[in-house]
Design a protein around this ligand. Sequence first.
Ligand SMILES: C[S@@+](CC[C@H](N)C(=O)[O-])C[C@H]1O[C@@H](n2cnc3c(N)ncnc32)[C@H](O)[C@@H]1O
Length: 307
Amino acid sequence: MKYIPKILTSTIKNNVIKFQNVILFTIFLILLIIPNIQTNFSVLSRTDNFGYRKFSHSIFPYKTPIFAPIKFSMKDLMGRAIWDYFQNENTEDLQTETSISELDELPVKYLFRDFEEMNAIEQKALKLSKGKVLDIGAGAGSHSLYLQNEKNLEVTALDISPKSIEVCQLRGINKAVAQNMLEFSGETFDTILLLMNGTGIFQSLQVIDIYLKKLHSLLNKNGQILIDGTDILYMFDADEDGGILIPAGGYYGELDYVVHYKDESEDPIKWLYLDFNTLKNAVENNGFKIEKVMQEEDSYLAKLTKK
Ligand SMILES: C[S@@+](CC[C@H](N)C(=O)[O-])C[C@H]1O[C@@H](n2cnc3c(N)ncnc32)[C@H](O)[C@@H]1O
């Protein structure tokens, strides 16, 4: 029998134990870090709408508390413009540009429009609103204010912009919540409004299902979602044969959108313009029925109900 010195076996054992520890420690590190990686694993890791906050939906079901409190900064330029206008401090309008259009003015006053100044689609949506209402992306709260004060409905104004929500509160909206719609929960509604190209909030077709599932969970059994949208095909040039030249590799309504205010610029965000049929396909895949309530040139109002 071969003699193995004791000192040697104990060294081998120690090394095995050390190696096991390294493996265990590496596994621990991987488990700690992976849920917080916000790149390829995350479907929503891009800048959120209007650049207010970046957030992540990891493919993993939990987040380690050590990383969870990390929040990204935001400028909230639209909210600041709304605030300045409300405090009579505003001398400048917002400017917007998209990946397919040049700089354009968005008068802040427009966000404070009353019923008479609203377009026919918005007026129709307000007329159809009933029961307990959630106004998603409420902005300065013009739609909420009308429903609360003129139709005596119970309204919640929800917006990701803290400054806009402060203005909603100062304008007298009883319930105004500063939160990303994807994080809002705990209540259900009879009417959910998404107005002023409401489909934009969905960001892109890649992540639209996440928004639609959230909307489904916030809607009462016999409730309705009233959402407006625009087919922006008209913005693309036609070639000499009459064919329309649209960008390859994606849906033509997925735009990058930038807001400028007083020499500052927000990070580009994703904003989704949807034609009615594309919206129809997406909602029908997520447990909704859809009806086109009205059409005005390239824009429409759609009503979604649960299947
Ligand atoms: C085009 S504005 C419309 C404002 C208002 N509905 C109106 O018609 O005057 C879109 C609003 O949606 C908000 N928004 C964007 N993404 C959001 C999200 N994920 N959750 C809540 N609000 C969001 C923006 O902050 C912005 O105020």
